[in-house]
Design a protein around this ligand. Sequence first.
Ligand SMILES: [Cu+2]
Length: 133
Amino acid sequence: MRSSVMTLTLGAAGVVLLAACGGSTSPYGGGGGGGTPPASCAGSGASATITATGSFTFSPSTATITAGQSVCWVNNSGIAHTVTSDDARFTGGSLPSPGTVVVTFATAGSYAFHCSIHPPPTYNMTGTITVQP
Ligand SMILES: [Cu+2]
């Protein structure tokens, strides 16, 4: 009797898990083709999203968050970019396409960043994160 109850419980848990999976929205809708799905900041927990574009800009180029919150950079431009701190006060990283970089800012301040592959003054891939206390 006991083992049968256990089996039933496990089965119910399995159904719940499957339902949860099916319920979550797919980031890439249908389409066929074996292409790489686009990157998304959804689910990153970030408070602000900045998109690296194919026209060599960050859009928007500024974001304001509160200390302890995160910024997510997303790139689906087809061009590899980076999120690089102007003064090495935060660690970003390479931002391939598709790809995301999520940075949590613990300390209030102004954090300028750029793309090290497309740096100024040739390009305008720059921006600033304002972190409020
Ligand atoms: Cu770039």
